[in-house]
Design a protein around this ligand. Structure first.
Ligand code: PEP
Ligand code: MN
Length: 434
């Protein structure tokens, strides 16, 4: 058992060892060459030539990994990406928080309800959300289920994105199945009509390339459970370098990014593209030290900083971070997570976020980069393709009283389908005027 912050207390270490041995013998979920292609695309993001869209659940669940749920998330990401590509005329690099996002860091090891104290829910990779002793006891067999569910999810992602569903001629159909009596969907329909006309024009001119028919959607998750991530780390036969083949991109979270900690040491040893979350307490020196540790060779696309500073702090904290890194000559991709700095508890105790705060943090992020002459490289979002009521506001005007209607997240509140599209339209405008 690897000792590190934010690891579960597995009650049966021998069973964990068995599971880890099994995982280590299983085939890779992604291929090292794909990770390298993603790194090249992220290098374009760092240079300001492309924009990253990274999104999905805060916490995937086994029960929520159905064909419908996964398809709706993929459709939402494809729709957001096409809005950004068409609206801002930039290539969009698409990365899901999916096919592996099953483990969560927690602020407390335990949770107490009505005088009963049990282990905190650490994601389906570790234990169950139900508040019973049996469900909350960490079970290593869940790690095998993470592997299997991730493999099934990736299989569906590959089928949807390479098998015709993501063909740009289907741009209208991605809107189907969603409630369409709102402004974002109508706006989307109008844009889809324009895209259809542009495609017909190009076909009439004799242009009909493979690029219109398929998309690349990469997988990512937080590298949190080091036993799992180590078990899926393999040496690439082409180069002799180690890759964590559980996902294309791995990120290190705000709670585990200690420079001398085991999570950063793990990340330093793998060749995948990496991201690190930076919260409002990050100092410019810390950011620079992370660059030196994780990207000593200054390989473009290797390192992405995902800032999650809060709508009220972004304009104050971000400039010094970006400036210090830029002056050092390091080239990282800067990405905005406008979710995690804007969480608060509603009256009824549910965690929520205001759509307006999300937009405000993204605006601040763009403003800072514009002032410094650096590149706003992308968005990192918690979203779902369903009509949940977890975040407040948007044109659907979700109010605190509406939260219980469809509050389904296993962890943090996600933008619903409509709010996600609205965000994409707003960000496309910011990008276009950048
Ligand atoms: C998350 O992305 O769900 C998360 C826990 O973020 P952070 O590490 O930024 O708090
Ligand atoms: Mn989260």
């Amino acid at each position: 058992m690897i000792s590190a912050p934010q690891q579960p207390s597995w009650p049966d270490p021998a069973r964990l060892h068995e599971v880890v041995t099994q995982l280590a013998a299983l085939p890779p979920l992604v291929f090292a060459g794909e990770c390298d292609v993603l790194r090249d695309r992220l290098a374009a993001v760092a240079r300001g030539e492309a924009f990253l869209l990274q999104g999905g659940d805060c916490a995937e669940t086994f029960a929520g990994s159905t064909a419908d749920d996964i398809r709706n998330k993929i459709k939402t990401l494809l729709q957001m990406a096409v809005v950004l590509t068409y609206g801002a005329q930039v290539p969009v690099v698409k990365v899901g928080r999916l096919a592996g996002q099953f483990a969560k860091p927690r602020s407390s090891d335990t949770e107490t309800r009505d005088g009963v104290t049990l282990p905190a829910y650490r994601g389906d990779a570790v234990n169950g959300l139900a508040f019973t002793e049996q469900s909350r006891t960490p079970d290593p067999a869940r790690l095998l289920q993470v592997y299997n569910t991730s493999a099934a999810t990736l299989n569906l992602v590959r089928a949807f994105t390479q098998g015709g569903f993501a063909d740009l001629r289907e741009v209208h159909s991605w809107n189907q199945g969603f409630v369409r009596d709102n402004a974002a969907h109508q706006r989307y329909e109008l844009m889809a009509r324009d895209i259809d006309r542009a495609l017909s024009f190009m076909r009439a001119c004799g242009v009909d390339t493979e690029e219109f028919r398929t998309v690349d959607l990469y997988s990512s998750h937080e590298a949190l459970l080091l036993d799992y991530e180590h078990a899926l780390t393999r040496v690439d036969s082409r180069t002799g370098a180690a890759y964590d083949v559980s996902a294309h991109l791995l990120w290190i979270g705000e709670r585990t990014r200690d420079l001398d900690g085991p999570h950063i040491a793990f990340a330093a040893g793998i060749s995948n593209p990496l991201a690190v979350k930076l919260g409002p307490t990050t100092s410019p020196d810390e950011a620079l030290a992370l660059v030196d540790r994780l990207d000593p060779d200054r390989r473009p696309g290797r390192l992405t900083f995902v800032t999650r500073l809060g709508a009220g702090r972004v304009r104050e904290v971000l400039p010094a971070l970006v400036d210090k890194v830029t002056v050092s000559g390091a080239q990282v991709a800067w990405v905005c997570d406008p979710m995690h700095g804007n969480t608060f508890e509603a009256e009824d105790g549910r965690k929520t976020r205001r759509f307006d705060d999300v937009i405000e943090e993204v605006r601040g992020f763009f403003e800072v980069h514009r002032t410094l002459g650096t590149h706003p490289g992308g968005l990192h979002i918690e979203l779902t393709g369903d009509d949940v009521t977890e975040c407040l506001g948007g044109s659907g005007n979700i109010a605190e009283l509406d939260l219980p209607m469809r509050y389904e997240t296993a962890c943090d509140p996600r933008l619903n389908h409509q709010q996600s599209l609205e965000l994409a339209f707003l960000v496309a405008e910011m990008l276009a005027s950048d």
